[in-house]
Design a binder for this molecule. Structure first.
Ligand SMILES: [Fe+2]
Length: 296
């Protein structure tokens, strides 16, 4: 009996040891890629980087970006910032191959965050657009006006081909720049970008220096002015700092990045849905309840 037990135990021991060795062997996958992560964390691009250049001309619109403006894709929200004065809230737009220029009137707002005061942030929804059509649009006045374009999606349906890109945690480091460039050069040609939260990482700076929200807006303009970015807030958008009496969650984000939440019957920009081509996109920010019980 004792011998039998020992035999059994020794068998288990041998089995356990051989199991551990086999696991160790399985776990040693070897080198699967030539990629070696940079030991130095990528740093933010300096303020004088070309990707942050302010467009020329007095009060020229900057940080231009667009997103879907309704539930089905027939509208676009155009947003931009004028630095010196409110200027015009109008967007002029026209379909390619059309002589008829339309205009839409938007709103302008500003906000303060500790010792920072924003520029004049414009949001204008242009509606009743045709599906699958290229439109040009212009913002700003006179010599400082700027022209961009976008293509509306095809009508919604179950088998409508459409290509989305996905980016999250972008920030404004040198790696951020190569990430955006990879997206732009990808042969799959993303037509709309789903942004998964964590935009500028301005909250990494003392007092969440909101000037880094402005640099980020200028950085992404090269893509976000030409195709919709569908926005979700992440933890880096919370921006609550009681020590400097900043206790309204998502203040910079919600002032700068408008979304079509009312079109889906939502009561908050932190959750909403849109349809686009063959997709039904539901946006949920898991941080939306943050700060509800906050008091100072
Ligand atoms: Fe993140």
């Amino acid at each position: 009996m004792v011998a039998a037990r020992w035999n059994c135990f020794s068998f288990q021991l041998v089995f356990a040891i051989s199991f551990i060795f086999s696991i160790a062997e399985v776990c040693n996958g070897g080198r699967t890629s030539s990629f070696v992560r940079n030991s130095d964390l990528s740093r933010d691009m300096p303020l004088d980087s070309d990707v942050f250049l302010v467009p020329p001309g007095y009060n020229a619109p900057q940080q231009v970006h667009i997103t879907q403006g309704d539930h089905l894709g027939n509208a676009v929200i155009v947003s931009w910032v004028t630095p010196d004065e409110p200027g015009s809230n109008s967007v002029f737009y026209w379909a390619e191959n059309s002589e008829l220029k339309n205009s839409a009137q938007g709103i302008v707002l500003t906000y303060k965050y500790f010792n920072y005061t924003s520029g004049f942030i414009h949001h204008c929804t242009i509606r009743d657009l045709e599906f699958d059509t290229k439109y040009y649009y212009e913002v700003g006045i006179g010599n400082s006006s700027r022209r961009f374009w976008f293509v509306t999606p095809p009508a919604i349906g179950p088998d409508v081909p459409y290509t989305f890109g996905l980016i999250g945690d972008l920030g404004q480091t040198h790696d951020s720049n190569s990430t955006l460039t990879h997206y732009e050069l990808n042969p799959a040609k993303g037509q709309t970008l789903l942004f998964l939260g964590d935009l500028s990482y301005a909250d990494a700076y003392p007092f969440h220096d909101n000037a880094r929200w402005d640099t980020w807006g200028r950085f992404i303009e090269r893509n976000a002015a030409y195709q919709p970015w569908i926005w979700t807030a992440g933890n880096h958008e919370i921006d609550v700092v009681p020590a400097i009496r900043e206790v309204i969650p998502f203040k910079p984000y919600t002032h700068r990045y408008h979304v079509p939440y009312t079109a889906s019957g939502s009561t908050s920009p932190l959750w909403y849905s849109i349809k686009r081509a063959s997709t039904y996109i539901i946006v949920l920010s898991s941080y939306s309840a943050y700060g509800i019980n906050f008091t100072i």
